[in-house]
Structure formats: C-alpha cells, structure tokens
Ligand binder design. Sequence first.
Ligand SMILES: NC(=O)C1=CN([C@@H]2O[C@H](COP(=O)(O)OP(=O)(O)OC[C@H]3O[C@@H](n4cnc5c(N)ncnc54)[C@H](O)[C@@H]3O)[C@@H](O)[C@H]2O)C=CC1
Ligand SMILES: O=C(O)CCC(=O)C(=O)O
Length: 630
Amino acid sequence: MSNTLNLIIDFDSTFTRVEALDVLAEIVLEGDSSREQVLRRIQEITDLGMDGTLDFRASLEQRLELLRAHRDDIQKLGEVLKGQISRSFLRNQEYFASLSAATYIVSNGFTDFIRPVVAHYGLDPERVIANEFLYDEEGYVCGFNRDNPLSRSGGKSEVIKQLDLKGDVYVIGDGANDLEIRKAGYANKFYLFTENVEREKVKAEADHIAPNLDEILYELKMSRSLSYPKNRIKVLLLEGVHPQAVDIFEKEGYQVEYLTTALTEEELCEKIVDVNILGIRSKTKVTEKVIQSAKRLINIGAFCIGTNQIDLEACSRHGVAVFNAPYSNTRSVVELAIAEIIMLVRNLPDKARAMHNGKWEKSATGAHEVRGKKLGIMGYGNIGSQLSVLAEAVGLDVYYYDLEDKLALGNATKCETLEELLGTVDILSMHMDGRPENNGIFGAREFAMMKDGAIFINLARGKVVDVDALREAILSGKLKGCAVDVFPKEPKSNNEPFESALMGLPNTILTPHIGGSTAEAQENIGEFVPRKIIQYINTGSTTGSVNFPNVQLPPVQSAHRLLHIHSNVPNVLAGINQILAKHNINIVSQYLKTNEQIGYVITDVDRAYDDELLEELKLIEPTIWFRVLY
Ligand SMILES: NC(=O)C1=CN([C@@H]2O[C@H](COP(=O)(O)OP(=O)(O)OC[C@H]3O[C@@H](n4cnc5c(N)ncnc54)[C@H](O)[C@@H]3O)[C@@H](O)[C@H]2O)C=CC1
Ligand SMILES: O=C(O)CCC(=O)C(=O)O
C-alpha cells in the first residue's frame, strides 16, 4: 500500500450499521410510553440532517433535546455499537486494522461512544475526530462542545482542512456531510457507502457508489477479504427459472438479471459478455460461440436435468464449471409418464376431445386396464428406474434396455438388445439422455419392430425421435397412440406459436415440455443449483459439476486457496509446486483431480506471498484459469 494514502471514514451507518443517536434513544427511552413516538421523531431529524435538508447543528440540538441521556447510557451505547460494526468492515477487519496509520474516523457523532468501538475493532482511537458531550454534575448530557467544528454544518471539511493531509485522500461515508469534503476540494474521491442506507440525494453526486468495503478496497487495488467483490458478480437467469434462485443469488450479494424467455445464440452472445453466472433451462443453446463471447463466465447453472443444450467441452476448455440438478424433477416426469400410460391405454385423448365437441362416445372398445400390460423403458437411469418402481405398483410388467449394464429394480426384466425390448412390450417409454449420438436414434425401423397397437411415449428429448416416422406409425394404425412432451424445435417462450407434424393426430397427447414443470420440482431446482454455484465460488468445491473433476473442499480457513484449472497434460502439479517452493510458500494442503480434458489443482497456502507468485502461477503453460480465494 502507498504511504501517501489517507482514508477518511464516517462512523454512523458506515463504520457501524446504525445511527448511534437512534440507538441511544432506544436505550434511554426503554420502558417509556412515548418511546415509539420519540424514536420516530429522532429518526426523521437524523434523515433530514444526513441528506442535507436540515442544518446539522439544528438537527443535533433537536435530537439531544428529545433525550435525557446519562453517562452510563453512553457507555452502554458503546457496548451495543461494538456488535453493530458493518459486515464488510468485519470481513476485512484483519487487513483493515493494519491500515490504522492511514485511517481517520471523522464523525459528527461523539468521541465518547465512538472511541471504544474503534479501539475494539483494532483501529487507533486517537485518530477519531468527533464531537464531545458536556455532562452536568449528576452525569447527564447537558449539551456539546459548540466550538468543535463538527458540531456545525460544513464541519467535516473544516477538520480535514486543518489536518492538512499529504497524499491521496479518500472519503467513505453515507451522507451529504461526507460528500461535502470532496466538494470542498479536500479529497480525491467520495465513496458513497450504501451497505446500510441509500441516500438518494447524495447518490447523484457521489464519485463511486460502493455497496460495501470490498468494492472500495477492490477499486483502490488494496488487499481484501474477498478475491472479487460479490456485488460485481453478474448473474443472468433465463427461461423463468424459479424466483427462489433470484432470492438466493441476491442474498449472496450478486446482481441478478431475470428473463422469462430463452435467448437466441445471437442475443445471448451479446448479453453474456460481462456475465459471471448464466442460469438456463432446456431451451437455451450454449454453443462454443456463446462461450467465446463470454469474457467473465465462471459458471453455468442448468436448472434442469439434461445438459445436452450446453457445449460442455467448450465450457471445460474455457474454464466454465457447469452444474445441473439431477433427481430434482425425476418424480414429476415419472408421475406424468404413469398418467399418460393410463390415459393412452384407455383412449382418453380421443374420448375427451369428442366430449368437447359435443359427442357422447360411451364404449369399452379399445379401452384397457394397465394391469398385466408390458411396459418397456428405454434408458434405465434415474427417471427410467424410478418409473420402473412406480409402474410395478400399478400392475405393469416392466422390461428395460440401457446402453450400460444396469441392475433391475423390483421384478423388472432386463433386455439385452433394443430389438428384444421393442418386440416384447405393449407400451414404450423413452428416458435416455440427449447426448448427440442419440439424435434420430428412434425412427421408422424401430417403430416397425414394435408390436402392433403399441403405445409410444417420449419424455426424453425431441431430437431422439424421427417425428415424421412417428406420425406415419400413428396414421397407419401401427401405434395405438402416443404422448410427446419434447420436440426437435420448441418455442423459445409462451408467446411463440408451436408447430409439429404430430398436431391433430388421433389418441395423441402433446404437452409443452412440462415433464419437470411442477411447483415442487421447480422450487427444489431453484434452490439446489444456486447453492452449488455459490459453494463453488466461495470454496472451489466442484461436487455435482457435470464437466469439472468433482472435488469436495472444506471452507478456506486461515489460508489463501489457489485454484488452478489447466488442460490435462503431465507435470502441471510439479510446475505449480516448483513455483511455490521458489517463493518459500508453505503448502497447508493440496488436492489434484483430473478428467479427460482438464486438471484441477487446489492449494491452500499460508497467507504470506506477493503478487509475483500469482503472476507466475498464471503463466504455467496449459493454464485455463486461475483464481485465489481468501
Ligand atoms: N420432459 C422433461 O421435462 C424432462 C426430460 N428429461 C430428460 O430425461 C433424460 C433422462 O434423465 P435421467 O434419467 O435423470 O438421466 P440419467 O442420466 O440418469 O439416465 C439416462 C440413461 O439413459 C441411458 N441411455 C443413454 N442413451 C441410451 C440409448 N441410446 N439406449 C439406451 N439407453 C441409453 C444411459 O445409459 C442412462 O442410464 C434427461 O437427460 C433429459 O433429457 C429430464 C427431466 C425432465
Ligand atoms: O423444465 C425444463 O425446462 C427442462 C426439463 C428437462 O428437460 C430436464 O430437466 O432435462
């Protein structure tokens, strides 16, 4: 840090979260019946004084007149305020206390309660410049030192002028009286501190609006508790993910932009440039071009199960960790599949349509129970296997086929080939994932292999099925009916029209990709995905990532965590450790995990190191991305 730096910090609502005289009023008026009324009046006067509407001395006099405070109350106030230090000041306490010689607390409050709080935090109480109370013989406050410049408007600039500071002066505060120091020409910059209050009148003239101390330290290129201020982290949420996600990200201090629709590649390329976290569902295609346009992307959250819409390889190459929500909507999809099986076996879509058209078609022809029918499941993963269990409970005999060797649940029967499955079952339900190799995997040949009068259900991905072949199979009577929830081309939002060759077919249920759209599933996803992302940002943990090696890490404690992501080539770990050894850095712990594409090295080190070390680590040849957590 340069020794020519001076920080002038306001006390009320900046160094502490509260206005001290408001708290004093609460202490003095405890048990008083007029308490609420007097407190309200005091707060009104405080606000008028802080935004510059009321002359400061008048505001001080009026507030003190409303209180009869004793020396003991002032002492009590000091104790209360020690527990009210602003959160970002607390976060940065260790570093900030080391700036004691560069810091003044300049306040229109009173030294009597400010000094103990400042000393408790670790700053020099002698560098508090503030007003002084006068007490009567019984120890009650009877006034204040009227000669102190801080007891009148413009007092802060007068004090700074008298200090005659050498070097750069930065003022951090929340009120017009702080702004006035810069306006009078005694400071380089005024940082409006908005962590506790936002004063609109002051906002317009502030040099920089800082939602916390991290932002100011980052702006001044000083050390800080967070490697990157949270308020600078930008989140773009698309496709109307559950509002719970907005809430969680905002509580973490991130900036959130929320859209209900998907975006085209072109729109997304434009919007994603300075986004750190992208949240999507199944419709937004995240292509290589999108990833290349994103200059600050750290994470993608797929608020769903499938991740085929994301170019995961490109994400890995660019150091973007992708998280999804496996299991989150599994039950919802399974319940819909069961409902559709029963509806189709009973011919309900046609029967219901006839009723709406005024036709009463009471008949048992073509209507069956599902009990004893053979259900085939293609893709025996999380959804397929849960469907297997529920289907047995309603009396279906379950058969399944999976590319991988999957053990049967319950009484299900495993088929060795797809042909075997298709030739056996009365109902086929698709639950494979949307990997590119599955595009068009089910067409005329596969429909021909099915039993005559079978039922077909696709709740997986639109592209796996040849839609024209499905249409033909229904129209020819080969299939008795079908239910389709997913389509090769789906509208980006509810405002766009839907078109498909399947529209108007007999005994056909078409649904707008709602397999996972239940309140329960969406709420779960809205919480699960943000938590994974926040955990990754705060600790480096990648558990649950679909493209990064999975590493579960404890929170950083008394150490700096160096996160190094590189292309998976030999000797990177050795290279990192050589650099650490050269700088005499003590490794507290170290983890390495790789997958086919990338390696992830996490090294916790003692605090002492210089920026040169970080630069050298960034320069290791196959580095994709390097980040430090404090
Ligand atoms: N309609 C909707 O709203 C929803 C659709 N889905 C879709 O369902 C898919 C499956 O979800 P999960 O069961 O959670 O995934 P999962 O990954 O647990 O299971 C997929 C299974 O399919 C198997 N598989 C892949 N290709 C295959 C093939 N050609 N033939 C046979 N088996 C194959 C895999 O080996 C795996 O066991 C998701 O990837 C997603 O595309 C998921 C949730 C909601
Ligand atoms: O609900 C969504 O937007 C997508 C559901 C889905 O297809 C999935 O979870 O993979």
